[in-house]
Each structure stands twice: as C-alpha cells, then as structure tokens.
Write a protein that binds this ligand. Structure first.
Ligand SMILES: *Cc1c(COP(=O)(O)O)cnc(C)c1O
Length: 381
C-alpha cells in the first residue's frame, strides 16, 4: 500500500484515465439531482442525498486513510455519532468511556437514553471492561486519547474483549486523525471522526465521518444516511478534501510544537500537571508507542487556581480562547464552561476536569511565539 501522505492526495482508481478534463482539484458537483438517461436507467447518481460525486470521492479518500471498506461523510461529528446510534435498538446496552467529548455525553444522556439505550461509563484505560458486560450489551464506545483528560486505552486489548463477546467496538479517532492512528487495523469495527478538527484542519468547516470494514454495518449505514439525510454538502466535501491534502505536514508540525510546549509547561511553577501522551511519564506513553504513529498535538494542563485559569483565558491574544481543536491556529479551551459545560459537575470532577483545567490545541505557529505569549502571561499572574 502507498504511504499515507500519498493517499491524502491520490486515489489509485482515478489514475486509469484523465477524468473531469484533467482537473487536479476534484470538482464540486453542486447539483441536487441528476437526469436519467431513460426509464429504469441511472448514471449512478440519482439525488445528492443518496450519491454525490464530490462527497463520494471524499468518502473513498477517508476509507483509504482509515483502511476501511467504506466511509460516510456527514454534516458534523455529532451527526456522525447520532447516525451511528441508529444502529442500536431499545433495550441495547453500551459500555462507554467516561471521559468522552462533552457533546457525545450530552447525546447519550439526553437522546440515546430516551430511545431506550442504556450506558455504563468506565475509565477504559483502567477499569475492568469485561466485568461491565451484560446480556444486552451491544457495543463498546471509546475515545483514545480522550477529550479532554488524554487517557489512553489499549484498542487491541479492548478489541479482544469485544470479539470474545460479539460486541461492536467503536473508536472516536478525532484526537489523532488517521495520520497517527488507525483503529480498524487494531481490531475496531467502526471509527468516528469529527472532520471539523484535524481532517479539515483550518477551523472553517464542520464535518463528521464514520468509517468501517464491517459489511453488515456498512450496508445498514448506507440505508440510514439515505433515510435520515445528514450527508455532507458538495462544497464542504471539497473543503474537507482540500484540508486532507496537507494532513500529514500539519500533524507533524503541530506535534513538534506540542512536544516542545508540553516540556516547557512542565517547568512552569503555576502549572500543577501536564497531560500529554508524548511525555514519558504519561501513563499511556507505552500504549501510544505501540498503537499509534505519533502523540498528536492536544495538551491538557492544570494550573494552581481557578483565578489563574480565568486570567490566562482573558489575557491570551495570539492563542485564541475558542472551542474546537485540530486547526492550524492554536486554541485554548476551558472545558468546565465550554466543551463540557453540559456534563454534570459530579461527572466532570470524577473524570478529573476541574476549574483549574485548561486544554490547548497546538497549531503550526512558530513555537517561540506561543511560548513567549504564555511566558509573559504566566509572569503577570
Ligand atoms: C468535536 C468533537 C466531536 C464532535 O464533532 P463536531 O464536528 O463538533 O460535531 C466528537 N468527538 C470529539 C473527540 C470531538 O473533539
């Protein structure tokens, strides 16, 4: 198989002949519907909720990057997770990582539960998953590293448990992107992405993906996306394709910055703890070395007091105080009032998210400028 950087740019199946007048950038097929050659015939495209050439090209690129047999491009990461939940029926039970993205917790607690699906939340990097399996358990849902506490769980090990009990293993791979980690190759059945983050990479487009190599799930999802309709638009599909072209160089550069920043944060007196899986003392370091090709660029850290955390958020200028992650610009987030505001305080604290916790999505700026800004702010506290 070709390398991942090549696969971000080229699909082998497009190489046989010059298509689309030889356009190097895949065209945007901004059409809702398609003319039929005659009764009972189709060009292969009938209506853009079902098929659209630009979206289909993107889905093939994503399937190739994650090593799946099919991929689905949706309007946001949450649309992808919501669609996935339609695979389950009332009475089903799901074992879910406790420290999930706040929106996933909100979806499970407020929508999936209402639809008759029950959940057991665990710290999948520590707790006994097998002990939580019930007769009606249908799936295990993990994120690794988790958002925001950067817990790392062993995908291959969890996959063994899932296979033994015939459960679907779902992995939200948003934090590392397919550039650094491929859960399907470690035994997962379904991979989820918020395309809004590293895949799009420019903080300009919302998108979500589901990738699978399971034929039954694939067929069910094709039917479900056609039926429920949260498919990605042609233009946003094109923006995703353009973002993915530079996935590798962005991920490498952001990671290089993150490693330096994590090391620097450790030396700061106001910083109590740094959570970055590329630090040797991180409990997930060895698992990351085994199952991923890099450590990513998400850093969570605790300062000494809530007042310090709030002051940092007020003082940042180059670093933007904003939700989201994975873009070229460095962003700082306060999980307590932003990404995880709808998660009950008790759950937040149990997961380790306190009023002193800040999360950095490190971008591709010059690292000296990022350190210089934080250094000045820390000095003023
Ligand atoms: C952002 C995010 C999501 C949700 O994606 P949206 O595109 O914002 O809907 C899901 N999982 C993780 C880990 C995320 O960071």
């Amino acid at each position: 198989m070709r390398g991942i950087n090549t696969r971000c740019l080229h699909l082998k199946e497009n190489e046989a002949k010059a298509e689309h007048f030889g356009a190097i950038s895949y065209p945007i097929y901004q059409s809702a519907t398609y003319e039929h050659p005659s009764v009972g015939q189709s060009t292969g495209y009938d209506y853009s909720r079902l098929q659209n050439p630009t979206r289909e090209h993107l889905e093939k690129v994503m399937a190739s990057l994650e090593g799946g047999t099919d991929a689905f491009a949706l309007t946001s990461g949450m649309a992808a997770i919501s669609l996935l939940m339609e695979l389950f029926k009332p009475g089903d039970h799901i074992i879910a990582e406790a420290d999930l993205y706040g929106g996933s917790i909100r979806l499970f607690d407020n929508v999936s539960k209402k639809n008759g699906i029950s959940f057991t939340s665990l710290n999948c990097s520590k707790d006994d998953i097998e002990a939580a399996i019930k007769e009606n358990t249908a799936a295990i849902y993990v994120e690794t590293p988790t958002n925001p506490m950067i817990n790392v769980s062993d995908i291959a090990k969890i996959s063994d448990i899932a296979k033994k009990h015939s459960l679907i293993l779902i992995v939200d791979n948003t934090f590392l992107s397919p550039y650094f980690q491929n859960p399907l190759s470690l035994g997962a059945d379904v991979v989820i992405h918020s395309g809004t983050k590293f895949l799009g990479g420019h903080n300009d487009t919302l998108a979500g993906f589901i990738v699978t190599n399971n034929q039954t799930i694939q067929e069910k999802l094709r039917f479900l996306i056609k039926t429920t309709g949260a498919c990605l638009s042609p233009f946003d599909s094109w923006l995703m394709l353009r973002g993915i072209k530079t996935l590798g160089v962005r991920m490498e550069r952001a990671q290089q910055n993150a490693l330096k920043l994590a090391e620097w944060l450790k030396t700061q007196t106001i910083v109590e703890k740094v959570f970055y899986p590329g630090l040797k003392e991180h409990p997930g370091y060895e698992i990351m070395k085994k199952q991923a090709r890099g450590f990513g660029s998400m850093i969570t850290f605790n300062v000494q007091t809530k007042e310090q955390a709030l002051k940092i958020l007020e003082k940042v200028k180059l670093i933007k105080f904003a939700e989201s992650l994975g873009g070229v610009e460095t962003l700082i987030t306060y999980p307590t009032t932003q990404t995880h505001a709808d998660v009950p305080e008790e759950t937040r604290l149990r997961n380790g998210i306190t009023s002193c916790t800040l999360r950095l999505s490190v971008g591709i700026e010059d690292i000296e400028d990022l350190i210089s800004e934080l250094s000045q702010i820390f000095g003023e506290l």
